[in-house]
Design a protein around this ligand. Structure first.
Ligand code: PSV
Ligand code: MN
Length: 383
């Protein structure tokens, strides 16, 4: 793929929750100008798209973004130049789910969690969304607390009950995470578990890879290559981490890792519409302003993707075939070290976009206007 066609096919979905106040378990800081409603979050996402041309859709989280009329919300988004995307379910903030949701030992609570997902599927009919994304906080804190195998069986049964309602043009996307909030064992800890659970469901069930959800040192690009090879990579939740699930700006902690991941995405044709991999962000801007935080994020993905498009694949294959280890590595690193920023600035100028979206936003006065207008916003995670 040429660099221009790669750039044309790049679309990054923004999470509505990135525009709300968030924090750690120690403190949620209320940042001036932060969106207070789902409409304000969508308006902020539209600003990111207007300045970058990279973010045409916004993911919703239910019930954080619950509204009485989702068709109206969809029209509101379209009026601002963006569309509603993935619907994320939430079974992690209700007292009933203390010991699990889709895996819970009590059938009533399992059914409640299943019904929540059916509600999400109904919402998707109104919003025109393709993907229902499921991340579960289910798991245990102490060895012996739960029957690991029985919980897998209940999970499979619950997922099957949801999957039978997933329409022909929709997908169920299962996200894995190896810890937190459960600290001993989670019920979907890794790509292998997610893969085996979605494979049992059928073709329209796929895996979400959140880049913050692996043990330190995990070779994430290997998982990307494998899931693409198996036809089961549904989406990414991009973010970056130094220690745990830090949810920092993607590419901030390790740009080279982002490059290696995007290399495997392109290698596996992950940007072809037929493959259907959704590139999404799942981040929290705890101490920085949200809109420029999201602008920086989508630019980081674009920049690393553009560098990947520069890899001389012919030279790489030749070096690999002849066993020339250092030459192969040099081809790879040459692309990684290439500064593509002038080229991307020209690409933006050709499309009527600001050459430097970060500077354009900083100079627009919008942050100051929002800070003056939006007062009294709720300061809670997901608000
Ligand atoms: C869990 O840590 C997670 O990555 C899931 O995607 C949730 O839906 C999201 O974070 C909430 O921020
Ligand atoms: Mn995630």
């Amino acid at each position: 793929m040429s660099i221009d066609s790669v750039l044309e096919s790049l679309a990054i979905e923004l999470p509505s929750w990135a525009f709300g106040n968030s924090g750690t378990r120690f403190k949620v800081f209320g940042t001036a100008g932060t969106a207070r409603t789902v409409q304000e979050k969508i308006a902020d996402a539209a600003t990111v798209h207007r300045l970058t041309g990279l973010a045409p859709t916004v993911a919703l989280h239910i019930p954080w973004d619950a509204v009485p009329d989702y068709r109206e919300l969809g029209r509101f988004a379209e009026g601002l130049g963006v569309r509603l995307g993935t619907v994320n379910s939430n079974t992690f903030q209700d007292d009933d789910y203390k010991f699990g949701s889709l895996t819970h030992i009590d059938k009533r609570i399992r059914q409640k969690a299943i019904d929540h997902h059916l509600t999400c599927l109904e919402i998707m009919e109104s919003t025109g969304s393709r993907d229902l994304k499921i991340w579960l906080a289910d798991g245990t804190n102490y060895p012996g607390q739960g029957d690991i195998r029985a919980r897998q069986d209940r999970l499979a049964e619950s997922l099957a009950s949801i999957y039978q309602h997933v329409g022909a043009d929709k997908r169920l996307v299962l996200e894995y995470k190896f810890f937190e909030p459960a600290m001993y064992m989670t019920d979907v800890p890794d790509w292998g578990t997610a893969y085996s659970q979605v494979s049992a469901l059928g073709e329209r069930a796929v895996v979400c890879l959140d880049t913050g959800h692996h043990a330190p040192g995990t070779n994430i690009e290997f998982i990307v290559a494998q899931l693409l090879r198996l036809g089961k990579l549904g989406s990414f939740d991009f973010n970056s981490r130094f220690y745990a699930d830090d949810d920092l700006i993607v590419g901030a902690a390790d740009p080279f890792q982002l490059f290696r991941i995007m290399f495997e995405v392109l290698r596996g044709r992950g940007l072809d519409p037929a493959t259907g991999v959704a590139l999404m962000l799942d981040q929290c801007h705890n101490i920085e302003d949200k809109i420029p935080g999201q602008i920086r994020s989508v630019l980081n993905v674009q920049e690393m993707t553009a560098r990947v498009a520069l890899v001389d694949l012919g030279a790489l294959a030749a070096a690999q075939e002849s066993g020339d280890v250092l030459a192969a590595n040099a081809v790879f690193m040459d692309a990684f070290y290439t500064d593509v920023r002038p080229r991307l600035a020209a690409w933006r100028a050709e499309r009527g976009l600001p050459e430097d979206p970060m500077r354009a936003y900083a100079g627009s006065g919008q942050q100051e206007r929002l800070a003056a207008e939006r007062t009294g916003g709720a300061a809670s995670w997901g608000a």
